[in-house]
Design a binder for this molecule. Structure first.
Ligand SMILES: Cc1ncc(COP(=O)(O)O)c(C=O)c1O
Length: 396
């Protein structure tokens, strides 16, 4: 869209501020600058060892991340998508099986199900949190259901008591998609330890991000962990001994070495995100519907989602104020063109569709500055003051 179109109906408030640098949605360089020397050191250490695949850096990272997540085992893999797919495969889930997935999530949560030849059954999400609605998940269980993927979206853990309770009598595997929730807790327990296995992504912008792709599976099940170690490494039990048809989905050793530098900072970074979120809550106008946070599952704010009836118009105004925003996620999973009708099952999904239509992610990262949060809040004020008019005159 034309920026000038939106600017035409925005009050020219505080021109000086508007001319400042853009407020970035994510600013990884601010996070990396203070630890740059340590990241260099990790690279040099790996270069000199020449242990580029698996090896000591991957093993150490797996131990350290398992301890952090309070689980017995961590298996490093190539991405969060690979982690989800390998968990399903290790459970023997494949053609003829159905897996329940929330309809409001990143498409990878459902893609992994399709990758193993099973069918995602999409269920609706909670209106306030955007997380899987346990009642909707219960209604989606059928004779072919093999697993449920609980996505801890935006950094907040799902209602895992309810999910585990509904899964137990049917013998369903509960898989946590913890790609957005490194360090989040549910009733005081870390995500990653709340189901049969959990998938993490280390995509660079995640709360714990690599400098490229990466992922991990956490589990307390030793047998499952052993199977995952083989599956990620071409089905090898020992060098050259291939006992099953596996994949090349190993965590890269360089990424493991870099993640080892970043992991000790994760709690501080999550605390900073929490402080920014608290500040946003005090400054944003009531027209901005902020994601609900439940006391038993304090968020680590991977994103800061806010809902507006005229989301695109608000985003356009924020852009004229130099503020970047994101949309997570539109369209809803089932509305993507990529799917053939026979690859998915879904009923009515009103809450997921409303989230997809209204969600706007405001800037959120550990290095956000107090004055940047104020600028964002002021710009949101200006946008909502002109909201209805905006929706009529701006198209994105
Ligand atoms: C909820 C969710 N699930 C799965 C993934 C997939 O992770 P990756 O991009 O590492 O494959 C992501 C991240 O991108 C995600 O946000």
């Amino acid at each position: 869209m034309e920026l000038a179109t939106a600017a035409a109906w925005v009050e020219p408030v505080d021109l000086n501020r508007r001319q400042q640098l853009p407020v970035r949605l994510v600013a990884l360089e601010r996070q990396h600058a203070p630890i740059e020397h340590k990241l260099h050191g990790a690279f040099v250490r790996l270069l000199r060892s020449s242990a580029f695949t698996l090896g000591v850096e991957v093993e150490r990272f797996e131990e350290e991340f398992a301890a952090y997540c309070e689980v017995g085992h961590c298996v490093g893999v190539a991405s969060g998508t690979a982690a989800l797919g390998l968990i399903l495969e290790a459970h023997g889930i494949g053609p003829g099986d159905e897996v329940i997935v929330p309809a409001h999530t990143f498409i990878a949560s459902a893609l992994a199900v399709a990758h193993v030849g099973a069918k995602p059954v999409l269920c609706d999400v909670d209106e306030g949190t955007g997380l899987i609605d346990p009642d909707a998940a219960r209604a989606a269980v059928g004779p072919r259901t093999a697993a449920i993927i609980a996505v801890h979206l935006y950094g907040q853990a799902c209602d895992m008591d309810a999910i585990n309770e509904l899964a137990r009598p049917h013998g369903l595997a509960v898989v946590e998609d913890a790609a957005q929730a490194h360090g989040a807790c549910y009733q005081g327990r870390r995500v990653g330890s709340l189901g049969a296995a959990a998938a993490f992504s280390f995509y660079p912008s995640k709360n714990l991000g690599a400098l490229g792709d990466g992922g991990a599976v956490c589990t307390n099940d030793e047998v499952l962990a052993g199977r995952l170690r083989r599956l990620r490494n071409l089905g090898q039990r020992t060098k050259g001994e291939h006992v099953e048809l596996g994949y090349n989905e190993r965590l890269d050793a360089l990424q493991a070495a870099l993640l080892r530098v970043k992991l000790p900072h994760l709690d501080d970074w999550n605390d900073a995100r929490r402080a920014h979120a608290a500040r946003f809550r005090t400054l944003l106008p009531s027209e901005a519907r902020i994601v609900e946070e439940r006391p038993e599952s304090p968020s680590i704010h991977h994103l800061f989602p806010v809902r507006f009836q005229h989301r695109d118009a608000v985003a356009a105004v924020l852009r004229t104020h130099g503020i970047e925003t994101g949309v997570h996620y539109t369209p809803a999973v089932h509305q993507h063109r990529a799917w053939r009708a026979d690859q998915l099952l879904c009923g009515e999904l009103p809450n997921a569709e409303a989230w997809a239509a209204e969600e706007l992610s405001l800037p959120m990262h550990p290095g956000l500055l107090a004055e940047e949060i104020e600028r964002v809040a002021e710009a949101v004020d200006a946008a909502v003051a002109h909201g209805v008019h905006a929706s009529e005159t701006v198209s994105c």
